[in-house]
Design a protein around this ligand. Sequence first.
Ligand SMILES: [Fe+2]
Length: 198
Amino acid sequence: MSLNFFNISYDKKDLEPFLSVETLEFHHEKHHRAYFDNLSKLIVGTELEDKSLEEIILFSFSKKEMKSIYNNAAQVFNHDFYFKSLKKNIKPSDGFLKIIDNSFGSWSDFKEEFKTKALAQFGSGWTWLVVNDNKLDIVSTSNADNPLTLGMKPLMTIDVWEHAYYIDYRNVRGDYISALLDNLIDWVFVESNYELVD
Ligand SMILES: [Fe+2]
């Protein structure tokens, strides 16, 4: 499995004060590392070894005997996508703000809907900004699930597993979501994913 799905382009301290070095040490270097290493071991020498990460996810999805491969592959994708969704002090372009306004009513309506859906996700999971049927939408997925298997194109995600926020925000998931939406989303990454959509 390519290290492109593990490496991040910033230093662990670059997300402070919104996410601490300690959180990155656990979340990136231990949780994400474990999924990455598990997947690499599970696929070595199998027919999946030369497939893309997205192909592995779609192939193993809903195959009972491949549950472990699916969970680890999806968590590698989700974490890589999450860490690439983060950067401090990046603002959306005027053009993308207009698309947000047209899709959700306003910037604050977008943030409110994202936060509401992230808080409504019971237990572990992910909340995503996606393109679904050529429209922007916000969806949550449980555990390792992601929008790829739903036929949606992800633009960005926030990890709502407790391990993502417990060190910095304890049990207050809403404060974590607000802090990231206000300060830590790499809108250049989001918009580049949007431009890739046909
Ligand atoms: Fe996580």
